[in-house]
Design a protein around this ligand. Structure first.
Ligand SMILES: Nc1ncnc2c1ncn2[C@@H]1O[C@H](COP(=O)(O)OP(=O)(O)OP(=O)(O)O)[C@@H](O)[C@H]1O
Ligand SMILES: [Mg+2]
Length: 231
């Protein structure tokens, strides 16, 4: 998705890895920068204080952003890192939200790779999402999990424009998703299984080098374009 958007929009995309078990950087062939998790630990170690004395708040935020952002090929990577431990770190979390919000303001496209579940998303950014893609497979269990995520995002009143269900790893010969509609979703897409992705998974090799005609790449590009038209 990151590569397709970069290649078509000709813009640097902000790629956010919001999964504590971070691997988006590896898949994009880029080492993560300082994670926001480790920046938070630093701030906590200093006693949740305001920016170091004498430093204006905006300057402090810009400095943290520089530490966290990693430049890649057509994208900038922001890695959240591990979640907070026990205790209430409201001040620090608000600070992080401000950091994420002010980073994403600078980009036309932001792609967030989330862990399953919505709590994470709501805690880390206050900004609206145009599209939420929820991935599932053809099993009933996976589809009901996807439905629950959709319901949860409604209950949490997350500002999400559209929700799209994506059946991943369809048979190579498949002509599309097994169903055309699912309650709670504006659209349903299919992504075929890809030999090139599987081969690279063995060594967590970057996915940026998969051929343009790859079935999964083609299907993802199609879904992204359909969502851009739907907006
Ligand atoms: N369309 C596809 N074609 C081939 N292999 C795929 C496809 N989608 C996913 N995979 C394989 O499955 C692995 C896990 O997929 P994916 O990263 O989507 O799952 P995940 O649940 O997000 O994993 P994690 O929890 O580690 O983030 C990938 O590394 C890749 O090897
Ligand atoms: Mg993942």
């Amino acid at each position: 998705m990151v590569r397709h958007i970069h290649e078509t929009a000709k813009e640097v995309v902000l790629a956010v890895d919001a999964d504590p078990n971070a691997n988006l950087g590896a898949k994009l062939g880029t080492e993560p920068g300082r994670t926001l998790g480790s920046i938070r630990e630093d701030m906590l170690a200093r006693g949740e204080e305001e920016p170091p004395t004498g430093m204006p708040k905006q300057e402090y935020l810009d400095y943290q952003i520089k530490l966290a952002l990693k430049e890649g090929d057509g994208f900038d990577l922001l890695t959240m890192g591990r979640q907070e431990g026990p205790g209430c770190y409201c001040y620090v979390n608000n600070m992080l939200r401000t950091i994420v919000d002010s980073i994403s303001e600078k980009y036309g496209f932001v792609v967030i790779d989330n862990e399953a579940g919505m709590e994470h998303l709501s805690r880390r950014t206050t900004r609206a999402s145009n599209v939420l893609f929820v991935l599932c497979d053809e099993t009933k269990g996976s589809q009901s999990a996807a439905r629950r995520i959709s319901q949860l995002s409604d209950e949490m009143r997350l500002a999400i424009g559209r929700k799209a269900l994506v059946f991943n790893r369809l048979e190579p010969g498949s002509s599309g998703p097994p169903i055309g509609h699912m309650d709670g979703f504006h659209a349903v897409y299919g992504v075929r299984s890809s030999g090139a992705i599987l081969a690279r998974a063995e060594e967590t090799e970057s996915l940026l080098s998969i051929p343009r005609g790859d079935p999964a790449f083609t299907d993802i590009a199609k879904a992204v374009e359909a969502e851009r038209r739907a907006r």
